[in-house]
Design a binder for this molecule. Sequence first.
Ligand code: NAD
Length: 256
Amino acid sequence: MEGKSITVRLKDKVAIITGAASGIGKATAKLFAEHGAKVVVADIDKDGGNQTVAKIHNAGNEAIYVQTDVTIKADTEQMVAQTVKTYGKLDILFNNAGIAMRLPVAELPEDDWHHCLNVNLTGVFLCAKAAIPAMQQNGGGSIINMSSIFGIVGADVRAAYVASKGAVTNLTRGMALDYAQDNIRVNCICPGFVETPLVAGVVRTPEEYQKLADKHPLRRLGQPEEIAYGALYLASDESAFVTGIALPIDGGYTAG
Ligand code: NAD
């Protein structure tokens, strides 16, 4: 967008983005800040989080880093408290932090199962639990949960991951119903495979890339920025009548 004039879509909004040290969260943090939001980069990775903040500052925009492990209740409460202390309110929460886990049930250690569910599902619950009172106080807000195509359809060798994302999609609907009366909208995004460090482990050669790309009718993987634009829509007032949806951004993966 450098050099182009853009319509600022999140003017004066305050947004927390979890998992913003890398990948989709990082791209979204930069985009939200470009669109006028004050961004709280919440991540377990201090170096990566501070790098995201530095990039936002270098572009002349506003952000802080708050070290957060989304599986720890006290961290999520501190994340919201620090946001309100620094920026005075909270409008947007993007529950994006997540991990991949590639094993079928019989081979999956119980601890790994719990870890995946803790980060991908309980993390969403804890961050939302901490954020909702601040949003209620602010007259409303937008919560965006990160699901996946595997929150819509199944997949092999990813038992814990597909369980966590299926649950995030339906938790989104439940939260949307519970908090519509408070003008808090809750939606989720369901990306296809996106080129980030999370998928780097399964895309090591051009052949592996093509095999994965061919599962998407558009015959390629997505870019983090393409997911960030979906989050921007759901975060902005342009989606004021949208709640409880699961938005695929997947090159057609779930269309078939
Ligand atoms: P990524 O690995 O690039 O980034 C994930 C970020 O989450 C990292 O910065 C990491 O430090 C952070 N994180 C991990 N555990 C955390 C914790 N306990 N507390 C706080 N932060 C934590 O991955 P990505 O591809 O950008 O994925 C972001 C989200 O998108 C995830 O929820 C993932 O499941 C989802 N997703 C990714 C794809 C894809 O193909 N990349 C597809 C569908 C959904």
